[in-house]
Design a protein around this ligand. Structure first.
Ligand SMILES: [Zn+2]
Length: 458
C-alpha cells in the first residue's frame, strides 16, 4: 500500500484515499469539485499518487521489472488496493517482434503489444480489474459506465466475477460481438442513438441539461459506482501496467509507443506508467508517444495541432470501422492534450482504407488479428515511417488494444469483396472443387499443371 492520495491534475488539490469509501468532498463523483463544471468537457480529473521514495526502498525493486509478468497484479505494489483483487489474470500480454511487417514498413525493431489475449479480448480488462476491486472495497452494489463497447463488455465481465450488478450505456451502433459479451455476462445495457459523446452527454447531464436529465444522472450514480473511463481514476492505474510490461519485455524503454485515442484514457495511463518508472529509478528514458485518431473524427488531434487545450468539436464525424475511437468531441480531451504536450507526441489521423489495409497486412504477415480500432496504430506508424519521422533503426511499439473478433462484420465484408471470395460448393461437386483448389495452388506456388495433368498423376 504505497498510494498516498488522489490529486486533481488541474489545480493540484489533494484528496485522501480511504480504504472503504471515496472522499465525501467529491460529492459522490470522482472529479475535483473546484475544477469540474467550470468548463466544457471534463475538468477536475484525479490521479492516484504514490510515495515514490518509499517504493524506491523496496528491496530489489529493479528485479520486479526484470521477471516474467503473468498479470497486472505482479505490479500490485504500484496499484491502489486494500483487498484481494478481483482478477481473471488480465495483463502479462505478449510483445511480439514483427520481423516480416517490420521489413515491409522498413522498421528494424517493430513490436506489437497484443492486448487481444486479455479475458474479454481488450486492454480494458486491466482497467476493469482495478476499478471493480475498488468498487468492492468501498462496498458498491453496482457499477456503471458509458462505453463504445470494450469498456462495457469488460466491466460486465468483472462485475460478474465480483457479484456486482452492472448497468452500461453504449451507442446503438456498438458491434454485435461486444453487445453479445455484455449480455452473456448478464449486465443490463441501454443503447442510445448517436456517437459515444451523445450517449455520454445524455447520461452525464451536461450544463445545458434539463432538470430531468440532471435527476437521471444523480439517480444512476447514487446506485451504481462510476466506472467511466474518463472519470474513475483507478482505471488508468490498470492501463499504466502496459508501460511496465513493455519495459519488462524489451528490457528498455522503446523510442516510440503508438496508442489509439478515443478519449485518451489509455494514452494517459500508459504515459503515467512510463513516468512512474522514471520516478522510481527503473529507467531515465521516456518514449515519444504517437496518438492516433480517425480522419475527420479527430477532435483531440485537431486541437493538438492548433496548440489548444480543449477538443475541437467535429460537426459530422464519419462512420468509421474504428468504432472504439471515432469521436465528435472527446470529453476527456483536456487531460489527453496535457499528456500529449508533455510527451512531445506525434498526432496522426487515419482513414478506414488505411485502417483495413494495416489490419490485413498485420494479419497476413504476422498472424495477429487486430480489431479495426487497434489496427490504427500500425497505419499511423507506416505513415510516420514514410514521412521519415520514424527512423529505420528506431524501436517502435504499436499497442494493439483489442483482438479482431471484437468487430468482424465490416472486416468480413471487406475480405469477401476485395480479398478472398468465399465460394459455396455443392457436396460431391469434385469438378468445381478441383478447379478451385487448382486455381488457389497456382496462385500459391505458381504451378503450371493443368487439371488434366494433375488428374493423370493421381
Ligand atoms: Zn481541481
Amino acid at each position: 500500500m504505497y498510494e498516498t492520495h488522489l490529486r486533481c491534475i488541474y489545480c493540484g488539490r489533494k484528496y485522501e484515499i480511504y480504504p472503504d469509501r471515496e472522499p465525501s468532498e467529491l460529492n459522490g463523483r470522482l472529479l475535483c469539485p473546484y475544477c469540474s463544471d467550470k468548463h466544457k468537457g471534463i475538468y477536475g480529473s484525479l490521479e492516484v499518487v504514490y510515495d515514490y521514495e518509499k517504493i524506491k526502498e523496496i528491496p530489489d525493486i529493479n528485479k520486479m521489472f526484470k521477471r516474467p509478468i503473468e498479470t497486472i497484479w505482479d505490479f500490485g505494489f504500484m496499484l491502489p488496493t486494500h483487498i484481494k483483487p478481483i482478477t481473471l489474470e488480465e495483463g502479462g500480454t505478449p510483445l511480439y517482434l514483427c520481423k516480416r511487417l517490420g521489413e515491409y514498413y522498413e522498421i528494424e525493431n517493430l513490436y506489437v503489444k497484443y492486448e487481444g489475449v486479455n479475458p474479454t479480448g481488450s486492454f480494458k480488462d486491466r482497467e476493469s480489474s482495478v476499478a471493480i476491486t475498488r468498487a468492492l472495497e468501498i462496498g458498491a452494489m453496482g457499477v456503471t459506465t458509458v462505453s463504445s463497447g470494450n469498456a462495457a463488455s469488460s466491466l460486465a465481465c468483472y462485475a460478474a466475477k465480483a457479484g456486482l450488478k452492472c448497468l452500461v450505456f453504449a451507442p446503438s451502433s456498438t458491434s454485435i460481438e461486444k453487445l453479445t459479451q455484455i449480455g452473456a455476462f448478464d449486465a443490463e445495457c441501454l443503447t442510445v442513438d448517436g456517437t459515444i459523446e451523445d450517449v455520454w452527454e445524455t447520461i452525464n447531464a451536461g450544463p445545458q441539461s434539463n432538470p430531468l436529465a440532471i435527476a437521471l444522472s444523480k439517480f444512476i450514480y447514487t446506485y451504481y459506482y462510476d466506472c467511466n473511463p474518463a472519470l474513475n481514476p483507478y482505471r488508468s492505474e490498470g492501463d499504466k501496467t502496459e508501460a511496465y510490461e513493455i519495459f519488462v519485455s524489451l528490457g528498455e524503454v522503446p523510442d516510440w509507443v503508438a496508442v489509439p485515442i478515443g478519449n485518451g484514457c489509455n494514452l494517459i495511463g500508459i504515459w503515467k506508467g512510463f513516468k512512474e518508472m522514471v520516478e522510481i529509478g527503473i529507467t531515465d528514458k521516456l518514449p515519444r508517444i504517437i496518438g492516433v485518431q480517425v480522419k475527420r473524427g479527430d477532435p483531440i488531434l485537431q486541437a493538438f495541432d492548433k496548440g489548444i487545450f480543449t477538443s475541437i468539436p467535429i460537426l459530422n464525424p464519419p462512420h468509421s470501422i474504428a468504432e472504439g475511437i471515432v469521436a465528435r468531441d472527446s470529453y476527456d480531451a483536456p487531460r489527453a492534450l496535457m499528456v500529449m504536450k508533455e510527451a512531445k507526441a506525434k498526432a496522426v489521423a487515419v482513414d478506414d482504407e488505411e485502417i483495413i489495409d494495416a489490419l490485413l497486412t498485420l494479419a497476413k504477415l504476422e498472424g495477429i488479428f487486430a480489431e479495426p480500432t487497434a489496427s490504427t496504430t500500425l497505419a499511423a506508424v507506416e505513415k510516420l515511417r514514410e514521412a521519415h519521422v520514424i527512423d529505420k533503426s528506431d524501436k517502435v511499439v504499436c499497442v494493439v488494444t483489442g483482438g479482431g473478433l471484437k468487430a468482424v462484420k465490416e472486416v468480413l465484408t471487406y475480405c469477401r469483396k476485395e480479398v478472398k471470395p468465399i465460394d459455396r460448393i455443392k457436396r460431391g461437386d469434385y469438378n468445381t472443387l478441383f478447379r478451385d483448389v487448382q486455381k488457389i495452388a497456382r496462385k500459391h506456388f505458381q504451378t503450371g499443371s493443368s487439371t488434366r495433368a494433375m488428374r493423370s498423376e493421381l
